[in-house]
Write a new protein. Structure first.
Length: 297
């Protein structure tokens, strides 16, 4: 870190106290931006470079973070930033007319700063004070619903310093300073952080074990399913083999029966054996050989 810094010695001390509060230094980025803005009224490039050095990051990362948030300003603004809400509740209660009056009265457009650097006027989205519409804030402090007349009085009070106690210069969010350092000892913080790391590691180990058990159970179920499928396939093959054997036996029996039927039909068609007809027909016309030749009947 450079020995010479843009941030004052007091701001640097407070910055280091803030960094010590967080488990990771980079977690203090936004609080440090607010701290630097409290010193200068806006985030100067030099302040962002100091913040980057404190957090061991780059000014580009600081700028990239700061430019995302409406409450952090990366360009100069007045010592009093006056925000006029124009969201629906305020819009219906004269917010646009109030904003037009403010632009005319201050002789700046929304987003501009008066030539004396006192007031920056901006149009804002909902400021969460809808029951007092149109809502106005100065340096993020509510000042209640405003009309053109009360707005002019408010501006006069801001310029005269009459409301400095109520509304500090822009950039000051919290005027309560920690006087005792961290609320607990550094040893306790270190112990709690170590316990947190161990708890995270334990949860990771448990999750890994659960995943492994789930994978093993799934593999076991898949193996059982494969075995059941194999057994089913074997049973089906055995049943098919038995069916084929039964079919073959039936075919053989059918063939034997068909052969027997054919033989029976052939036997019926051929008649009695030769030589039996003479004896059965001896009482008829007679046949040759029934009587000796030359003998009378």
């Amino acid at each position: 870190m450079s020995a010479s810094t843009h941030l004052s010695a007091d701001t640097m001390t407070r910055a280091r106290e803030l960094i010590a509060v967080y488990p990771e230094p980079r977690s203090a980025l936004i609080p440090l931006c607010h701290l630097a803005q409290e010193q200068d009224g806006w985030l100067t490039p030099e302040a962002m470079a100091d913040i980057a050095n404190l957090l061991e990051t780059t000014p580009a990362e600081v700028l990239g973070t700061a430019s995302f948030y409406d409450m952090l300003y990366t360009e100069p603004v007045g010592t009093r930033v006056v925000s006029v809400c124009t969201n629906i509740a305020c819009l219906l209660n004269g917010a646009l007319e109030l904003l037009e009056h403010a632009e005319s009265s201050l002789q700046v457009n929304s987003g501009g700063t008066t030539p004396d650097g006192t007031i920056t006027l901006e149009e804002a989205e909902c400021l969460a004070d809808c029951d007092r519409a149109p809502c106005v804030q100065v340096n993020h402090r509510f000042v209640g619903a405003q009309s053109p007349e009360t707005f002019d009085r408010l501006v006069a009070e801001l310029r005269s310093g009459a409301r400095d106690e109520e509304i500090p210069r822009h950039g000051t969010l919290n005027r309560v300073r920690r006087t005792g350092g961290l609320a607990v000892g550094r040893e306790q913080i270190a112990a709690e952080r170590q316990a947190m790391v161990e708890a995270i590691s334990a949860r990771a180990a448990e999750a890994k074990a659960a995943d492994e058990a789930k994978a093993a159970e799934a593999a076991k179920a898949a193996e059982a399913a494969d075995q059941a499928s194999a057994a089913e396939a074997a049973g089906a093959a055995e049943a098919a083999k038995t069916a084929d054997q039964a079919s073959t036996e039936d075919q053989v029996k059918a063939a034997d029966q068909a052969g027997q039927d054919i033989a029976s039909k052939d036997a019926s068609a051929s008649g009695p054996p030769t030589g039996t007809a003479g004896s059965s027909g001896s009482s008829g016309a007679g046949g040759v050989g029934d009587h000796p030749e030359g003998t009378d009947a």
